[in-house]
Each structure stands twice: as C-alpha cells, then as structure tokens.
Design a protein around this ligand. Structure first.
Ligand SMILES: [Zn+2]
Length: 473
C-alpha cells in the first residue's frame, strides 16, 4: 500500500508534533523510499535534483533518478517533492549532563534517575532539530555508565563522549566535569581507566602541565584515543599540536596567542580585561590582540595545524555578544532558570558598543579565513548549556554564525555534517550516499540558498526510521 509522505505526516501531526519511536520495535524494518527529493550529499559539491532514495535497515541502499525504477511492492514510499534531504546534523560540543544555570542544584547532588530524565530530554530536543549525532566533551566521571547506556539506545542520537575533562587540582575552572591529575603517573593511570570505561576521545583542560600533557598523549596513542582539548595556558598551540592534540575546542586567543607579543599571557590579558572592566573591554581587547599579532607567524602556525589534520570546534557564539547568538527561538528553548540567568547576562552586555561588536566580528572573520586557507577544518558545536546555549536551536544558530563570519553556506553546513563525521572518524556518516548511515533530515527549503532552511525541519530519520515529523505548512 502506498502512503503519501504528507499523509504520513498529517496522521501523526494530528496527535503529536513529535512522534516518538519505540526502541523495542523489533519488526524487521521494511525498506523505505523517499521519492522525488533534492539531495544535498555534502561529500561532493553537486546538488542532486529529483532523486529516489532507498533506505534499507539503517543504511542508504541506493540513490537513483526519480521514477527510473519501479519500487518493489514491500517498499514504503514517501513523496518528498519540493523537499531537500541533508545528512543528519552533528553537534560536536554538547555537555549533556551539565547544569544549565548558576544556582541549579549541584551536579554532584543530582540523583541518577533525575539525571537520566534530563539527559534524555536534551537528546530528544537535539533530535527534533535534526541533530542525529552528538559529541560530549566533558561530563563528571560518575555519569560515564549513564552516557554508555544512552549510547546503546536506538531511538536517540548517536553519542560519543570524552568523560571528564583532564585538569590540574586546584583549578579555578572546576565545574564538576573534571578529573584531576598532578603528575605524569596520575595522568597515565587516569587515561588507562578512561580507556577501560569506553570513552571515545580525551579532553585536556586549561591548567594541565606540559609533562602530564605528554604522558596523556603517549598513553592515548596506545589506545588509539584522539586527544582533544583546550590549548593549556602554559603551552602554545604549536606545542599542543606537536605533542599530539589533533582536535582543538574553541578558536579564540588560544590559537593565535603564539603569534602575539603577550604569548601565553594573551589569554590572561583578555580574561583580566573582562573581569576588571566588563564585556566591552573584553571584546576590544580581543580585537586589539588579533590586530597586533604577527600575521606571518600565525600563517605559519596554521599551516602546521593544517598539515597535522587538526580539527577546530570553534564556538563563535561564546566569543560574541549574546544579542548575536540568542534570538527568540534560542531563548524559548531554555529552561526557566537558564532563561532568567540569560536575561541577566544580556542586561550586563547592554554597555557593549556597536564598534566593539564590529571589531570582534572582523577579527573572527579574518581568523577563520586564515585557518580555512591553511586546510584546518572547522566543526560546529553549541557548547550547550554554556552561556544561554540551548539544546538544538543553539547549534543551528552556530552554523548561521559561521556563515556570518565568512564561511559559505556549504562550508557552514559541512561543519555540522561531513567535517564533524571526519573528526569523529566515522567514514559512513556525515553524507548522503549509498552505503552511508540513514541519518537524514528533510527540510522545507534549500539550506545552500539560505541557512534559515535549517529551522524548517519537516522530518528526521535516525538509523533508517522516521523519528520526528511535524506538519508541513
Ligand atoms: Zn564545552
């Protein structure tokens, strides 16, 4: 029997705007044909109009010109005329277990049951927005078994995580997601323990000493665990990358401090400006430091990062005034507590001058252009729930900010699809092609023309099954 896609959506939209899928659904999955859709494959430049996409189990079996073959009788057909099919999105920097505002009950006091509920809700919120893969770069060690149980759920996004961020004791940055190491011996022990507990990569934090860093990196190689992290304050970006860090979180002063006069002190200069003199001074300080850098030296550094296949999860939303990164959709998606704290943060930024915003935008635009020119791949991450970032809408906003900062719409979309999958070493994801995972998002408009189309999610497919659908028009 033939079902029209619109009928399918309508039938469910009558009851729910989001339809849950049951993990226990054990029926052998019939094949699905998404018909007459425009495919945006993302692993190549082309756009494929009028295609039939055949899904078998959790894989894309075939993509062929529309109507070129009569589908077998057992295929469930969905008319997707006028729609656009993109790979499922990746949010490559999300803290699933973190509290979302100051004053919320401390993470260490929360029961496992309450945490389970909260994480599930966050994963569902991400999925509804088309995020089918999530990378968590920092949660308390005690939540690893919980994260592992979510990793096994078929009805929630694919999940990869680092476990705790690795930091030095006494760090003022402590926010309940650290494991502390004070020597290479402790670092070695921790990495072995984390490898045993099944983490997918490691994340190094601000104050790790160079000798602990070296040991983390050495032991990580033994287990083939990628080393990600902040560039430690005591090391240059070049030293961190030469020492084995291949994924850098955030693209801020941490990256170009090597080519400023202040060197490793540049980060502290920005922090001091912010703490002592407020937001406006912070943005201006950042722009000044960038303007004053030795550009040739920076280019040489970025070329080195490119040669080493470094991925950078820039988080421009954290480096810009909140007015640019928090709109109505993002605000609405926050919890009541987070919304109140976000309103306070917005008020504190009221003093920021237009010229300072322009200066920081210009600096970031140039910074990103130089990185991309050197072959460094930028990846999108929301860093939810930090600084007013919501689960889902904040990722879409981050992709749009990338475009505002000079990336083409295609590059911006690659940061949340093909480049994210490459960073995670998942060759069968991040693109729409035969043999790839059937993690897909159906949009009402072409995101290559206008990234606002990412807010027009018509349906999400995860592991070959429709998991959410909302009414078209
Ligand atoms: Zn983070």
């Amino acid at each position: 029997m033939r079902h029209h896609f619109r009928d399918f959506l309508l039938a469910f939209a009558l009851c729910f705007s989001v339809l849950p899928v049951h993990a226990s659904d054990a029926r052998p999955s019939a094949r699905i044909m998404i018909e007459n859709v425009t495919v945006i494959p993302m692993d190549r430049d082309s756009l494929m109009e009028a295609r039939d996409v055949l899904i078998n189990g959790d894989r894309i079996e075939d993509i062929r010109p529309h109507g070129s073959q009569t589908p077998p009788a057992d295929v469930r057909r969905f008319d997707a005329s006028g729609r656009y099919l993109i790979p499922g999105l990746w949010d490559s920097h999300v803290h699933l277990t973190s509290i979302d505002h100051p004053g919320a009950p401390d993470d260490s006091l929360i029961s496992e049951e309450a945490k389970r509920k909260a994480v599930e809700q966050r994963l569902k919120a991400l999925l509804t927005r088309g995020v089918t893969s999530v990378r968590d770069p920092g949660m308390a060690e005690r939540w690893i078994p919980l994260a592992d149980s979510f990793r096994k759920r078929n009805d929630l996004p694919h999940l990869r995580f680092a476990g705790p961020v690795i930091e030095r004791p006494g760090s003022p940055w402590s926010n309940n997601v650290e494991a502390f190491v004070d020597s290479p011996e402790e670092a070695d022990r921790l990495v072995r323990k984390l490898a045993q507990s099944g983490v997918d990569f490691l994340k190094i934090y601000n104050l790790v000493s160079p000798d602990s860093f070296a040991k983390i990196s050495e032991t990580a190689r033994e287990f083939d665990l990628p080393v990600a992290g902040h560039v430690p304050f005591a090391m240059s970006a070049r030293e961190a990358v030469a020492g084995g860090m291949t994924r850098i979180e955030h693209a801020y002063v941490n990256l170009f401090k090597d080519c400023t006069e202040a060197g490793n002190g540049a980060m502290v200069e920005v922090l001091n400006a912010w703490v002592r003199e407020g937001y406006d001074r912070r943005y201006r300080k950042f722009a000044e430091l960038y303007k004053g850098r030795a550009a040739d030296q920076c280019r040489e550094l970025y070329a080195f990062l490119g040669e080493r296949d470094v991925f950078v999860t820039a988080t421009p939303q954290l480096d810009l005034p909140l007015t640019l990164s928090v709109g109505e959709a993002e605000m609405a998606a926050l919890s009541a507590g987070a919304r109140a704290s976000c309103k306070r943060a917005l008020a504190a930024q009221a003093e920021v001058q237009e010229a300072s915003v322009r200066a920081v935008m210009d600096a970031l635009t140039d910074h990103f252009r130089e990185l991309r020119a050197a072959g460094v791949r930028l990846v999108a991450g929301s860093d939810a729930p930090t600084d007013c970032t919501s689960y889902g809408p904040a990722l879409v906003r981050t992709i749009q900010l990338y475009a505002d900062l000079g990336l083409s719409n295609r590059e911006a979309l690659a940061s949340a699809t093909v480049h994210a999958a490459q960073m995670a070493r998942q060759d069968d994801a991040g693109a729409v092609r035969a043999g790839a995972r059937a993690d897909l998002v159906l949009l009402g408009a072409n995101p290559l023309d206008d990234l606002a189309a990412l807010q027009d999610v018509r349906a999400v497919m995860l592991r070959g099954k429709w998991v959410t659908a909302s009414l078209p028009e």
